[in-house]
Design a protein around this ligand. Sequence first.
Ligand code: IPM
Ligand code: MG
Length: 358
Amino acid sequence: MTKQILIMPGDGIGPEIVAEAVKVLQVAQQRFGLDIATDEALVGGAAYDVHGDPLPDVSLEKARAADAILFGSIGGPKWDTIERDKRPERGLLRLRSSLGLFANLRPALLFPQLADASSLKPEVVSGLDILIVRELTGGIYFGQPRGIREENGERVGFNTDVYSESEIRRIGRVAFDLAMARGKRLCSVDKANVLEVTELWKEIMTELSAEYPEVELSHMYVDNAAMQLVRAPKQFDVLVTGNLFGDILSDQAAMLTGSIGMLPSASLDQARKGLYEPCHGSAPDIAGQGIANPLATILSLAMLLRYSLDRGDVAQAIEAAVETVLEQGLRTADIHTEGCRKVSTAEMGDAVAAALSA
Ligand code: IPM
Ligand code: MG
């Protein structure tokens, strides 16, 4: 049966980097005879400009119908001051929530060729391979009540951090299952010394661990986890945490690998339908210059093939092609170091496509 992939380029560097991933997809389609149909939809500021809505119904319907979504990035200063509910970020959040994409997988893997690009010492990061599992449709991102209200003659901003047992349990199961398939070590990150919501989180994770006797479960406060990630990141295998902590720690983990421009992500529902996007944002400051790194998006495409299309073989071939171009010394500006060849977004995409077809 033909698999439907929806392409949502979004804003900023989104269209540039997604175009390179589409090149790679086309080569993969030919080489592996994949039965895939693609369609495109607007999202974020680009959708707001046309439809007055960052996630118009037509885009949401296409997303619902697709087997998987390849997503670029959204947002930019142009839309920072419009009505809050219409901002690009809200479009992405609504998409995640409407499709029930509660499990966000953010691997931080250091390609050996990039050990010098990290701001940490090579010995601290060499061989790094960790996976952050972030809860994506709950917590303080979605909790009610929320808003900005008037109180005693001044404005007061407020949000609610809330998780039900079932929400914690389902993300916990995803994390334990992934740990089983990897190094069998899971670290649950909380702030149980202060926040009740994460006290419950910790309790449920501990409860779940009885179902996974082979997985070694540990708990860490988020402040310590932030410190340990830069002190000795290789102590971790899989980390599981809530929406906000996961947002922060995954950017931090990304930087360990040299550039956030390298980090892919998958956001999955219960049935493994997924949205795949680079961890980085829309980088409006460099949009349109052809210098953005498309590798995170290309690696997101690999995750799409692995998780939603069950083609781990094709995913591996794409990851190997990325490694080949890094080995050839090709670097976009963000990962460029002395002695390597600085290439544009399109040159990087072409090189990966060529390595894949070889
Ligand atoms: C991410 C981003 C988003 C988030 C923004 C763009 C809403 O930072 O995917 O990490 O906070 O989840
Ligand atoms: Mg983020």
